[in-house]
Design a protein. Sequence first.
Length: 157
Amino acid sequence: MYKKKTFREKLADSKDLPRVEPIPKGMSRQWGKGTVVIPAPHEVDGIMRKVPKGKLITINQIRDAVARRHGATIGCPITTGILARIAAGAAGEDEADGKKRVTPYWRTLKAGGELNPKYPGGVIGQQARLEAEGHEVVAKGSRRFVRDFEKRLARVE
């Protein structure tokens, strides 16, 4: 019988990543020619861990950072988003086990400063944590965004 992996197990499983390859034809319309890096889970988690209290990053900043690190044209948008979700899920599992120092996933936003409904606690949980750190969250329809998030972006290396 198949046992579903925990987020911590997924985070620890780097498979054969990171890997740089040519941008696939299906992605080239949007991203052009060049190379794409498919990052390893620990790389995305490591970037997310470095965001200090009061600062924010976006998935796009993570993508740019891994692309620079590996000399690629772009970081894979799909994989990077999935790995950020895995890092957040692993942090949620750690918190559930009583750990105090976890990856501050709530500081990682989607493009445009949008909160991520797939993170532990959903949008409401992420909003509460961000507001506790001094950020203002505003609703736009059914979605929520950090107001003026650009002013609080951390530098990502």
